[in-house]
Design a protein around this ligand. Structure first.
Ligand SMILES: CC(=O)SCCNC(=O)CCNC(=O)[C@H](O)C(C)(C)COP(=O)(O)OP(=O)(O)OC[C@H]1O[C@@H](n2cnc3c(N)ncnc32)[C@H](O)[C@@H]1OP(=O)(O)O
Length: 210
C-alpha cells in the first residue's frame, strides 16, 4: 500500500483524502502551518512543511499539496521540489482519464471527471468532481477546473486560471493565465490574462490580480 502526506488540511484536502482513500492509499498524516482544530479524518499532524528538517525527515514518503488556491499551491510545490521531495498525483478510480497527465506532479482528478483523448493535464492542475475536459484541451500548470465545468475540444487554459463550477467553454477557445471564470458562465471568445469574467456570454467583471 502506498502512503502519502498531505500539505494543507481543509475543504479541498477533504476531497483529496476521499480520492486517496478510494484508491487505497494510506494517509500518513498532514503538514500545515499549525495543527488544525478540526480533524474529521483523524490524521496525524506532522508539523509545518516550512520546516525543512521536518520535511526531509519524511523524504521517503510521497507528498500531495492539497491546497485549493492556485498560487499558494504552486509556491508550496516549488518549495517541495527545491527540497527534492517526491510528489504524487491523486486520481479517483471513477475518473475516466484518456489524455496525457503529467506524472508525479500534484495533479488531482476528482470523482467522475473525464479527460478525453490527447488532452494535456500539466503539473499541479485540479480537475475537480465531474468536470469534462474534451479532446486536445491543454490545461496549463496550477489551473483549477471546478466541479461540473465542461471544456469542449481544443480549449487551452492558462497557468493558475480558475474555471468556475458548471462553466462551459466553447471549442477552440484560449483562456489566458490568472483568469477567473465565474460559476455557470458560458465562454465563447478568447480571454486575455488576469481577467475576471462571468455570465452568458461571459463578460469582464473587472481586472484582477488574484
Ligand atoms: C469544490 C469547490 O467548491 S470548487 C469552487 C467552485 N466555486 C465557484 O465556481 C465559484 C466561482 N466564483 C464566482 O462565480 C464569483 O461569483 C466570481 C469570482 C465570478 C465573482 O466574485 P466577486 O468578485 O465576489 O463578485 P460579486 O459576487 O461581488 O459580484 C459582482 C457582480 O458579478 C455578478 N456575478 C458574480 N458571479 C457571477 C456569475 N458566476 N455569473 C454571472 N454573474 C455573476 C454579480 O451578480 C454582481 O453583479 P452586479 O454588480 O450587477 O450586482
Amino acid at each position: 500500500m502506498q502512503s502519502v502526506i498531505l500539505i494543507g488540511y481543509s475543504g479541498h484536502a477533504y476531497s483529496v483524502i476521499n480520492i486517496f482513500t478510494a484508491d487505497r492509499w494510506l494517509l500518513a498524516g498532514y503538514m500545515d502551518d499549525e495543527e488544525k482544530k478540526a480533524n474529521p479524518f483523524d490524521l496525524s499532524y506532522l508539523g509545518s512543511e516550512k520546516n525543512v528538517e521536518t520535511l526531509r525527515w519524511h523524504r521517503d514518503t510521497l507528498f500531495f499539496v492539497a491546497v485549493g488556491n492556485n498560487h499558494a499551491r504552486r509556491k508550496i510545490t516549488q518549495f517541495l521540489q527545491e527540497n527534492r521531495i517526491l510528489i504524487a498525483n491523486a486520481v479517483h478510480p471513477s475518473a475516466s482519464v484518456n489524455g496525457i497527465v503529467a506524472a508525479n506532479a500534484g495533479v488531482m482528478i476528482g470523482i467522475n471527471a473525464a479527460v478525453n483523448a490527447l488532452a494535456e493535464i500539466h503539473e499541479g492542475v485540479i480537475c475537480n468532481t465531474g468536470c469534462v475536459i474534451e479532446h486536445e484541451c491543454i490545461i496549463n500548470k496550477f489551473a483549477h477546473i471546478a466541479p461540473g465545468a465542461v471544456l469542449a475540444g481544443n480549449v487551452s487554459i492558462g497557468e493558475e486560471t480558475f474555471i468556475g463550477a458548471n462553466a462551459v467553454i466553447r471549442q477552440g477557445v484560449t483562456i489566458g493565465r490568472n483568469v477567473t471564470v465565474g460559476a455557470g458562465s458560458v465562454i465563447i471568445h478568447d480571454i486575455p490574462d488576469n481577467m475576471v469574467v462571468a455570465g452568458n456570454p461571459g463578460r469582464p467583471l473587472n481586472k484582477t490580480s488574484n
